[in-house]
Ligand binder design. Structure first.
Ligand SMILES: *[C@@H]1O[C@H](CO)[C@@H](O)[C@H](O)[C@H]1NC(C)=O
Ligand SMILES: *[C@@H]1O[C@H](CO)[C@@H](O)[C@H](O)[C@H]1NC(C)=O
Ligand SMILES: *[C@@H]1O[C@H](CO)[C@@H](O)[C@H](O)[C@H]1NC(C)=O
Ligand SMILES: *[C@@H]1O[C@H](CO)[C@@H](O)[C@H](O)[C@H]1NC(C)=O
Ligand SMILES: *[C@@H]1O[C@H](CO)[C@@H](O)[C@H](O)[C@H]1NC(C)=O
Ligand SMILES: *[C@@H]1O[C@H](CO)[C@@H](O)[C@H](O)[C@H]1NC(C)=O
Length: 280
């Protein structure tokens, strides 16, 4: 859409689209969900702490604090730092917000075990479907977009309704990318039935809580572009330092865990409609 389109006609279109979404949304029946938690990518720093023993103690303190915080209900983004005897360990864990506390902790524990491969390296990052865990010797909490790589993993099965799926899934992912930076929890799960079929696309988007709204939007914009290129594959996931996006035709969350994103797409519609009527 061109930026120089008159503002009121743009909002008019947004409103019409919003009404269409509301009339298109369909209830989804409860079914078996995919609880596989695949490790997606990991990284270790080559640099070691100055004092190995102190580093390992501080790492242990940081990880224990993260775990303790995650064990509180509805705590999906946690940070902790330990700076003792000159070794600093900043840590951050992020669980997808549709998980139960137990599922989140289980992913965190897998991540902690996995990162043992990094040994004395003073930085590490691992991504799973369900969570990310990272630690560094400096504050990285505002990092959003990796400088070196943009990562998407596309499934290798093509949808049985490629054309319709591409359209539906692309619309859903685009809406998530618009809505999530405006949602206080920075997370949404949403579904959409593929036009003319009985199949549904399930998708989530999430930003880390310590990045700004505009960074969240920028980060999800890149994730959206990468996943849009996966379509019409039946599944895809895209990761970065500050955000995460995933979609699949196989359900990976319950129907009652979806977020109503419509109100976050139609920001200020009522006021604008009145203004449009006034202009007419
Ligand atoms: C989950 O993992 C198992 C074992 O790797 C695999 O057989 C199954 O197809 C996976 N389920 C989904 C929905 O991907
Ligand atoms: C920290 O150390 C204690 C005692 O050695 C151990 O029981 C615990 O599992 C460690 N925590 C982590 C997160 O590695
Ligand atoms: C593609 O999918 C098949 C069946 O699910 C699997 O066996 C194979 O490993 C996958 N290939 C890649 C490259 O992911
Ligand atoms: C959807 O499912 C119902 C019942 O399972 C079936 O009767 C109908 O033909 C299906 N529609 C399409 C478009 O596949
Ligand atoms: C970073 O995130 C943590 C945990 O969500 C929160 O307690 C803290 O206030 C945040 N800090 C900033 C500067 O946003
Ligand atoms: C959501 O649905 C699942 C399975 O259908 C059910 O076990 C769970 O209690 C429901 N949760 C809420 C909050 O309604």
């Amino acid at each position: 859409m061109k930026l120089n389109t008159k503002w009121w006609s743009w909002w008019w279109m947004v409103s019409v689209v919003a009404v269409l979404f509301i009339s298109m949304s369909q209830p989804v029946t409860s079914q078996k969900i995919d609880r596989n938690n695949t490790m997606i990518r990991w990284y270790c720093s080559y640099y070691r702490g100055m004092n190995g023993q102190v580093f390992l103690e501080n790492l242990n303190t940081t990880l224990s604090s993260l775990r303790k915080q995650l064990s509180r209900v509805n705590n999906y983004h946690v940070v902790s730092k330990t700076v003792i005897n000159g070794e600093s360990v900043y840590g951050q864990a992020l669980c997808r917000a549709h998980l139960s506390t137990a599922e989140c902790l289980s992913c965190f524990d897998s991540a902690v075990s996995y990162l043992k491969v990094c040994g004395m390296g003073n930085g590490a990052h691992v991504f799973y479907d369900d969570c990310d865990l990272r630690y560094e010797n400096k504050n990285f909490y505002n990092d959003a977009i990796m400088k070196t790589s943009t990562i998407a993993i596309c499934g290798n099965t093509t949808s049985s309704h490629p054309k319709e799926q591409k359209k539906t899934a692309s619309g859903l992912l685009s809406d998530l990318r618009t809505a999530v930076p405006r949602i206080p929890s920075y997370f949404a799960a949403s579904t959409r039935q593929i036009t003319g079929t009985n199949e549904t696309v399930y998708a989530i988007a999430q930003c880390g809580r310590n990045i700004s709204q505009s960074m969240c939007a920028d980060c999800l914009k890149i994730r959206f572009g990468l996943l849009d290129n996966c379509l019409p594959s039946t599944s895809g996931k895209a990761i970065d330092d500050g955000c995460f996006m995933r979609y699949s035709e196989i359900p990976f969350f319950q129907a009652n865990q979806t977020t109503d994103i419509t109100s976050f797409l139609t920001h200020g519609t009522t006021v604008i409609l009145l203004q449009v009527l006034f202009l007419l």
